[in-house]
Design a protein around this ligand. Structure first.
Ligand code: AHR
Length: 501
């Protein structure tokens, strides 16, 4: 049988888990807002039009921060259209949809309170600039006595929103972006915008736009050039990445977190290069503010946007996720945790209906996609300190990757609860793997529980009618207080929780 061993040593700590690693994203796109989180008239809607059935599924995910309002949407968005008594309908050029602006930032602030999250706000650096970003920040964070802070109060929001984290634009390197810029142009504008925003409120944190994805032709030169302008004014650089199994090659698909790791390492190296070049004392961290699986809907969405544009809340990016997609989401979460020393924010893109773990039907029900569960597990049990796991695993090659370890894993130690959780994926889809976990220097350890998601059918999905993919408990393991042993089924997501001292 194939073998793997994981050693978790009490001394090998990587970093504290920043709770914001379990962030998410709501964009004015498709049905994320309209008929997603907001549907006045729905049987489950409260007095604000917020669907309570959706909120009930969001809450267990314990999401601390949610990015808003885009995404590509933000690059053509005038936030003033979405506040106050008179809302203006506009063409949203990013998604060729009709934006009624019935729902805007004050509604979103109320909704985030309902789910216990804080807002992460993006400013428009596509069609707008410094003045508009400062006005928005003044509206959100300044207490009173100025035009925009008093306007907020007139709009019924007395207390400032106090938004701490701000993205300076979105994917400004992308050809698809409204108001796309060169790295020089973006760097200059973002630096001046960031400088001015910190004069409005010096308690905020800023995110400089990184490349839209690793395969962008301008990566990593985009980071090097734009950061040479923004480095002194910002706190993070963004990183975005989506994966998909377009080639119907599951083995190779599940190996793509190797690429994700290279991407992260290169962004970190580029930040550190600029740090050295500037003789700066500041270390820039990463905001992985868009990550997920996205491929199922791309072709049909392109057609829909051409054929039937200017719909309110159209069906866009409604990927229905398979079992293997859930494994991929688990693998991506593990990779984010393995780099928690430099990644401080990460947003699962997105949360409801749009490439999302939660799906709704207009006027109908709600269901959890397959990908809901790995996120739920990691957000619930992955708080504390990431331990550097020493992993010895048999390896395999795939069509596009070499030396892919069968087992990918990470461990998180929650000192407060005296718990250690090991998250492990067996991405060998053909063979089981005998796994030993050795907890070094932990005392009085015992297994709390062992949860697993497994399936022989890689493309099975959940739907409104039936939840076919969900985790179960497993008890065929041995543990002598020191070494845990079990057999991981091929293609499985495993969560093993220990009580430790
Ligand atoms: O999350 C969907 C889209 O993906 C976002 O609008 C954009 O930033 C990215 O390309």
């Amino acid at each position: 049988m194939r073998k793997a061993k994981i050693v978790v040593d009490k001394m090998y700590e990587l970093a504290d888990v920043d709770p914001r690693l379990y962030g998410s994203f709501i964009e004015h796109l498709g049905r994320a807002v309209y008929t997603g989180i907001y549907e006045p008239g729905h049987l489950c809607a409260d007095q604000y039009g917020f669907r309570q059935d959706v909120i009930e599924l969001v809450k267990p995910l314990q999401i601390p921060i949610i990015r808003y309002p885009g995404g590509n949407f933000v690059s053509n968005y005038n936030w003033e259209d979405g506040v106050g008594p008179e809302r203006k309908s506009r063409l949203d050029l990013a998604w060729r949809s009709l934006e009624t602006n019935e729902f805007g930032l004050n509604e979103f602030a109320k909704w985030t309170q309902a789910v216990g999250a804080e807002m992460m706000m993006a400013v428009n650096l596509g069609t707008s600039g410094i003045q508009e970003a400062c006005n928005l920040l003044e509206y959100c964070n300044h207490e009173k006595g100025t035009y925009y802070s008093d306007l907020r109060r007139q709009h019924g929001v007395e207390k400032p929103h106090g938004i701490k984290t701000w993205c300076l634009g979105n994917e400004m390197d992308g050809e698809w972006q409204i108001g796309r810029k060169t790295a020089q142009e973006y760097g200059r504008l973002a630096a001046e915008t960031g400088k001015a925003m910190k004069l409005v409120d010096d308690s905020i944190e800023l995110v400089s736009c990184g490349s839209s994805f690793e395969k962008m032709p301008t990566f990593p030169e985009w980071e090097a050039t734009s950061l040479s302008h923004t480095y002194d004014y910002v706190d993070y650089v963004s990183i975005h990445q989506y994966y998909g199994n377009q080639a119907h090659d599951t083995e190779d698909y599940l190996a793509s977190t190797q690429d994700m790791e290279n991407f992260i390492k290169t962004v970190v190296a580029t930040c550190d290069y600029i740090k050295a070049k500037k003789r700066s004392k500041k270390t820039l961290n990463l905001s992985f503010d868009e990550w997920n699986v996205w491929f199922h809907s791309i072709e049909s969405d392109d057609k829909a946007m051409k054929k039937t544009p200017w719909q309110v809340g159209p069906h866009l990016l409604e990927d229905v996720y398979t079992f293997e997609d859930a494994l991929m989401v688990g693998l991506m979460l593990i990779m984010i945790l393995k780099h928690a020393d430099r990644i401080k924010i990460a947003c699962l893109a997105q949360l409801v209906n749009v490439i999302a773990p939660i799906m709704t039907e207009p006027s109908g029900g709600v269901f959890k996609q397959t990908t809901y569960y790995p996120f739920l597990h990691v957000s619930n049990y992955g708080r504390g300190k990431v331990m550097i796991p020493l992993i010895q695993s048999d390896k395999h090659d795939t069509s596009g990757h070499e030396d892919v370890s069968d087992i990918e894993a990470v461990a998180v130690y929650n000192q407060e609860n005296e718990e250690m959780t090991v998250f492990a994926v067996n991405r060998n889809i053909h063979e089981p793997v005998d796994l030993k976990i050795h907890l070094r220097d932990f005392q009085n350890s015992r297994v709390l529980d062992y949860q697993v998601m497994e399936s022989k059918n890689m493309v099975v999905v959940n739907s409104m009618a039936e939840e076919r993919v969900y985790p179960g408990f497993k008890d065929d393991y041995t543990f002598d207080g020191d070494e845990f042993e079990t057999v991981l089924t091929p293609a499985s997501w495993n969560v093993i929780r220990f009580s430790v001292k």
